[in-house]
Write a protein that binds this ligand. Structure first.
Ligand SMILES: [Zn+2]
Length: 277
C-alpha cells in the first residue's frame, strides 16, 4: 500500500497564534488532513475535506456561521478530486471512502467520487441525517446536501468488534484490506471514529480525526492553544466521552510511539511533517 497525505482544505480563522499556537499575524492556519491509499484494488480515500461543489456554491453547501468562523480558503487545487487527478488517477479509481464523521469539513468531497462506497459508523449517519448532535451547531455542522446523492454506504455498529492498543469495538471494513481498521472515538460527534492503517513495515498510522486538534494535546507536556480548545468545546456532543477518548489517544502516543504514528485532522504542524516525509 502506498499512502499519500493530502490537505483537502485550508481554513484561516481569526486569532493567529492564540487560535492555532503557531501562526504569526491575524489568521490561524488549519488543514484538512486526508489520506489517499493506493491498493491493488484501487484507491481508498480517508476523509474528504471540502469538495468541488463546496468551492463552487459555498453559501448553499456550507453554513454562514462556519464560513465566517473557519474562513475556509476553498482553493480548487486543494480538493481531493484535483489531487487525485494530479497524481495521475481518475475519480472513478477511488473505490472506497472512509470518513471519521460527517461534519462539513470532512464530508464535502464525497460526491466528487461517484464510484466510491462510503464507510462510516451507523450512529454517525443516523445523527447526521437527522442533524442532531449539539444544541446550536447541529443544523450547521451537518450538511446532508453533501451526501444526499450517495447510494452505496457501509455502516458499522459502535459496539462489538475487537481490541486494539487499548481501544474497544475496533473492526475491519467491508471490501477493504485487513490493514485498515475503524476505531470508535465518540465525543466530538456521537458516531466519530478514528482510522488505523498498518503500513508495509508493520507499524501503524493512526488518524484520530477530530478526537484532538493540536499535537500538544497528545504530548507529554499536555497543552492546547485557547482558540482550538474553545472550538473543540463548541463542537463536542459529549464532553466526558471526548475527554476519555482523548486521554486514550494520548496514552497511545506516549506508550506506543515506536509502533504507532498518529495525527489528527486539522493540525498543520503534523500535516507538514507527514507531507515532507
Ligand atoms: Zn473537523
Amino acid at each position: 500500500m502506498k499512502i499519500h497525505h493530502l490537505n483537502c482544505g485550508t481554513c484561516c480563522p481569526v486569532g493567529g497564534k492564540l487560535f492555532d499556537g503557531y501562526s504569526s499575524g491575524l489568521s490561524a492556519h488549519l488543514v484538512c488532513h486526508c489520506l489517499l491509499i493506493e491498493t491493488n484494488d484501487g484507491l481508498i480515500l480517508i476523509d474528504t475535506g471540502y469538495g468541488t461543489q463546496d468551492n463552487r456554491r459555498p453559501r448553499e453547501r456550507l453554513s454562514d456561521f462556519f464560513l465566517a468562523l473557519n474562513r475556509p480558503r476553498l482553493l480548487p487545487q486543494e480538493t481531493a478530486l484535483a489531487q487525485v487527478r494530479a497524481l495521475g488517477f481518475r475519480p472513478e479509481d477511488v473505490r472506497h471512502i472512509v470518513v471519521t464523521h460527517l461534519d462539513f469539513d470532512h464530508a464535502g468531497g464525497i460526491e466528487d467520487f461517484p464510484n466510491a462506497r462510503i464507510h462510516v459508523t451507523a450512529r454517525e449517519k443516523e445523527v447526521a441525517d437527522q442533524r442532531r448532535g449539539g444544541v446550536f451547531v447541529s443544523r450547521k455542522r451537518y450538511r446532508p446536501q453533501q451526501w444526499d446523492t450517495v447510494a452505496n454506504w457501509s455502516l458499522y455498529p459502535l459496539g462489538g468488534g475487537e481490541r486494539w492498543f487499548g481501544f474497544d469495538a475496533v473492526r475491519g471494513l467491508e471490501g477493504l484490506p485487513p490493514e485498515i481498521l475503524l476505531v470508535p472515538l465518540a465525543g466530538h460527534t456521537w458516531g466519530h471514529a478514528g482510522i488505523a492503517v498498518q503500513e508495509d513495515d508493520g507499524r501503524w498510522l493512526f488518524y484520530a480525526g477530530d478526537a484532538y486538534f493540536h499535537h500538544g494535546e497528545v504530548s507529554a507536556q499536555r497543552h492546547c492553544p485557547p482558540g482550538l480548545a474553545g472550538y473543540q468545546r463548541l463542537m463536542q456532543v459529549d464532553a466526558e466521552a471526548r475527554r476519555v477518548n482523548q486521554r486514550r489517544v494520548r496514552a497511545l502516543a506516549l506508550d506506543h510511539g515506536d509502533s504507532v504514528r498518529l495525527f489528527c485532522a486539522h493540525d498543520r504542524t503534523e500535516f507538514d511533517a507527514f507531507a515532507r516525509a
